[in-house]
Design a binder for this molecule. Structure first.
Ligand SMILES: Nc1ncnc2c1ncn2[C@@H]1O[C@H](COP(=O)(O)OP(=O)(O)OP(=O)(O)O)[C@@H](O)[C@H]1O
Ligand SMILES: [Mg+2]
Length: 476
């Protein structure tokens, strides 16, 4: 990513000059094309523009064809729209900018553009499929989920995954795909709740050029993209009723058409749907079609909330910390007291909430050890004061008993890449010897007592580790 650079296209050279001046004032480079008649996007397309500002361009036909071309070449390049006529594109990131451009408005718009660019970059990064495969947990509830996955994966039955937010519905969907005969085909996820109703049809089924204003080219939908694979319809409970009718038809007839086309395309797609809503309630309220519900609910799988399977928490922590180490190059550890406290929390956001908390702790204590008192206040059980002293001993799930060592001290953890055990033990020894010496004001025989060693043994160790000069006598 180089310096931010803005392309200005405006037939009104007075406007263009003043915009260039404001951009220069806030230290942004810009290039100006003042004769739009010679504008050819192809000449500019391979440069790393931050945004394009478009003002008056005559004739309008030239403006529209150039915009269409820009859209094809750079569908995510933000456009700041300064013309009074509405743009001919609708599915392109656009920000209106009023003429004459004012400094504050421009700064605010560019801030939004930058945020948009950041999130677009994040979306482009492929998600790590490998990590989504691991369905961590050994509780009875998660073992049952695993069993259901293995039973249904081999068939082509529709699956409906139900569960609270953050319980791993997408993890389950990816597992079903991975263990099915379609595993070498695509896995396509669509968040039906995030896409506005009127765009969802084109998103799912695609459209033909000219099907509606802004449909400047033919576009393949998600059903086509998922051919031979699995289509994951996430948040299906948020789909509008008219879309539900269209989806039901595809599930019944196994064909669909692009918007604006009569040609039927066979759908060779396995459907896995998910929702955090209770669909029976949605049906009662008239917000979800019963016939679609029965089509989808051929094989329901419920993902259990985390509070009902706290015995999985240590395993999940391990998995989440391993991800932090791989993806962020950071890490963090928790003392058993902290882990036990987390087992008392009700986890309304489930595993996602747990992952967010650990990420936050790793930022606050990079490579550190988090104790009870370091947890955010609401994660500490009632009755814990700020020093983390328990006034009431919380009940520990039997599966977690191994965590609470006899003295409650954190058990050291073996790093993934292994470790030099000898050096580790030597360092631990030196550290404890130093503490014992400090606690006994340097009196060796007392320090030896604290360490339950003979005095000569401790003296040997002091010499071995160079904690005293070998030629000096050690006293008393
Ligand atoms: N059993 C599990 N093992 C490992 N990771 C899990 C498990 N369950 C959830 N996760 C992790 O928790 C996060 C949330 O999972 P996911 O996105 O599948 O939840 P969801 O049920 O789809 O949530 P939402 O309803 O909010 O979309 C992800 O980072 C996922 O990797
Ligand atoms: Mg989800």
């Amino acid at each position: 990513m180089g310096q931010p650079k803005i392309l200005i296209l405006d037939g009104d050279s007075h406007h263009a000059e003043s915009l260039k001046a404001i951009l220069g004032f806030i230290d942004l480079q810009s290039e100006q094309i003042s004769d739009p008649a010679t504008w050819d996007w192809a000449r500019y397309e391979n440069q790393d523009w931050t945004a394009v500002c478009i003002g008056r361009v005559d004739p309008p036909a030239l403006r529209d064809s150039s915009l269409a071309r820009l859209h094809q070449q750079a569908p995510r390049l933000p456009i700041l729209w300064m013309d009074s006529a509405p743009p001919s594109l609708i599915d392109h990131p656009l920000w209106p900018l009023q003429q004459p451009v004012r400094h504050e408005q421009l700064v605010e718009t560019l801030r939004q553009v930058e945020l948009y660019r950041q999130s677009a970059r994040l979306k482009e990064r492929p998600r790590n499929v490998e990590l989504f495969r691991s369905l961590v947990g050994n509780s009875r509830a998660i073992r049952n989920v695993r069993k259901l996955i293995s039973q249904v994966a081999g068939s082509d039955a529709n699956v409906l995954i139900l569960g609270e937010s953050g319980t791993g519905k997408e993890v389950v969907a990816r597992n079903i795909h991975y263990y099915s005969s379609r595993r070498n085909g695509p896995f396509i996820a669509v968040n039906c709740g995030a896409i506005p109703g009127e765009l969802l049809e084109s998103e799912l089924f695609g459209h033909e050029k000219g099907a509606f204003t802004g449909a400047v080219s033919n576009r393949e939908g998600r059903f086509e993209a998922a051919q031979g694979g699995t289509l994951f319809l996430d948040e299906i409970g948020d789909m509008s009723l008219p879309m539900q009718v269209k989806l039901l038809r595809v599930l019944q007839e196994r064909v669909f058409e692009r918007v604006g086309s009569n040609r039927s395309i066979p759908a060779d797609v396995r459907i896995v749907a998910a929702t955090h809503r209770v669909l029976e309630d949605q049906i009662a309220k008239g917000q979800f079609r019963e016939d679609l519900y029965y089509r989808l609910n051929v094989f329901p799988i419920e993902t259990p909330p985390l509070r009902d399977r706290v015995e999985d928490l240590p395993l999940l922590l391990e998995e989440i910390i391993a991800r932090l180490e791989h993806e962020r190059g950071t890490s963090v550890r928790l003392t058993p007291a902290a882990v036990i406290a987390l087992c008392q929390w009700r986890w309304p956001g489930n595993v996602r909430e747990l992952a967010n908390l650990i990420e936050r702790l790793a930022i606050l204590h990079p490579f550190g050890t988090v104790d009870l008192a370091d947890l955010p206040e609401n994660y500490r059980p009632l009755g814990e004061d700020r020093n983390g002293m328990a006034s009431d001993v919380p009940a520990v799930h039997p599966a977690l008993a191994h965590l609470a060592g006899s003295d409650g001290a954190p058990l050291p953890r073996l790093p993934r890449e292994g470790m030099d055990l000898k050096q580790y033990l030597a360092e631990a020894e030196i550290n404890l010897i130093r503490q014992a010496l400090a606690a006994s004001d340097g009196v060796v025989s007392q320090a030896a007592k604290l360490l339950q060693l003979g005095r000569t043994t401790l003296v040997e160790k002091l010499r071995k580790y160079g904690l005293v000069r070998a030629d000096l006598p050690i006293d008393p």
